[in-house]
Design a binder for this molecule. Structure first.
Ligand code: MRU
Length: 347
């Protein structure tokens, strides 16, 4: 993709304001933690890996802005930033994972000088940034191997460059397959209520010249009935130890329809999206969004004032509906519990 979603520029964070897409490609320069927290909460930056990098850069920002020489005071500020950012979005485990990576690094050299802690955190944040790029390329290669030439593919939400540093997971597999010369056609769920599919995935696919068709979320089952679909591929926000997968609301419906029609259903995600501490999906915390995103999304009232709303941002697809999970180290197949416990041990 010709865009980098998030970057560290000298002493601050620069990211694409995704709420402005597809009308305008606008970059935000972020110099303080409350502004970063607002950007994460309001989905200016979104997608599990991208918010992980945003959070890591938030810890780095705190270290860069600390002007004193007291290590304990700096560690306390880093801790507060980390706690504060961890609360911005509860489901995507990459956020907490990245914060923990940064804090572990700071704690590892806690007796060092302020300048040393700042240097170490800078290197760690750059490592996480670079590693996201490489991890996505590897997911892309493993995923592309499952995509046949001529494939008709359904995807949900946005899992592309905009959801990571610059390539993507599920959409990254599609980009890699396309780069290999395969002819593809992608059916894109618009992804209610915030339209990440319509606004962001269509924008990315059209940029890349990959044939794509937008459809309302409630169209997929009918499409599967009428047209040969080869596979569905989606991302993940948190995967439990048994393979149950939290992803954008509507993913579970898609998986059910795919199972009914005998269509392979793939999840693509980095190892940082696995929560090895959870046995199963009902333990994953699910973010509830502001009712106004449903009743007057994008500034137009579409339900009566005062209408009761239920708006979970994610659902959980049970592992038995998932054909395989594509990671940077290879493709996991059922039984997922065994495959994931080997992954946890680094085998
Ligand atoms: O609410 P969002 O837009 O952050 O939700 C994003 C998703 O559900 C993605 O599918 C997931 O984070 C994987 S991104 C590679």
């Amino acid at each position: 993709m010709p865009v980098t979603t998030i970057e560290w520029i000298d002493d601050h964070i620069r990211l694409i304001d995704q709420t402005r897409l597809p009308e305008a490609l606008v970059y935000l320069d972020i110099h303080d933690i409350p502004t970063l927290a607002e950007a994460i909460r309001s989905l200016r930056v979104r997608g599990a890996p991208a918010i992980g990098i945003a959070a890591a850069f938030g810890v780095l920002l705190t270290a860069f802005q600390y002007r004193g020489e007291n290590t304990d005071e700096l560690m306390q500020q880093l801790h507060e930033t980390s706690q504060f950012l961890a609360e911005t979005r509860p489901t995507a485990v990459n956020l907490r994972w990245a914060l923990e990576q940064m804090m572990q690094e700071a704690r590892r050299i806690a007796g060092a000088s302020v300048a040393e802690i700042r240097d170490v955190l800078y290197r760690k944040a750059m490592d996480l940034f670079e590693s996201d790029r490489q991890v996505c390329r590897r997911i892309g290669e493993h995923g592309a191997a499952l995509i046949p030439d001529g494939a008709q593919i359904i995807t949900h939400c946005n899992t592309g460059a905009l959801a990571t540093v610059d390539w993507g997971t599920a959409l990254g597999a599609i980009f890699t397959a396309h780069a290999q010369g395969k002819k593809l056609h992608v059916w894109v769920d618009e992804t209610r209520p915030l339209l990440q599919g319509a606004r962001l995935t269509m924008w990315e696919l059209m940029h890349e010249g990959i044939p794509a068709t937008l459809m309302c979320d409630n169209t997929a089952a009918f499409l599967m009935q009428r047209q040969k679909i080869d596979l569905c591929i989606v991302g993940a926000d948190r995967i439990a130890g048994n393979g149950d997968t939290a992803n954008k609301i509507g993913t579970y419906y898609l998986a059910l329809a795919a199972r009914h029609h005998g269509i392979p259903f793939y999840v693509a995600a980095p190892i940082s999206t696995f929560d090895f501490s959870l046995q199963q999906g009902d333990q994953i915390p699910i973010e509830l969004r502001n009712p106004e995103e449903v009743t007057e999304g994008f500034g137009r009232r579409t339900a009566p004032e005062g209408a009761a709303v239920y708006s979970p941002a994610f659902d959980v697809t049970p592992n038995e509906l998932i054909t395989a999970i594509i990671t940077e180290v290879g493709v996991l197949r059922p039984p997922f519990q065994e495959a994931i416990s080997r992954l946890a041990k680094g085998e």
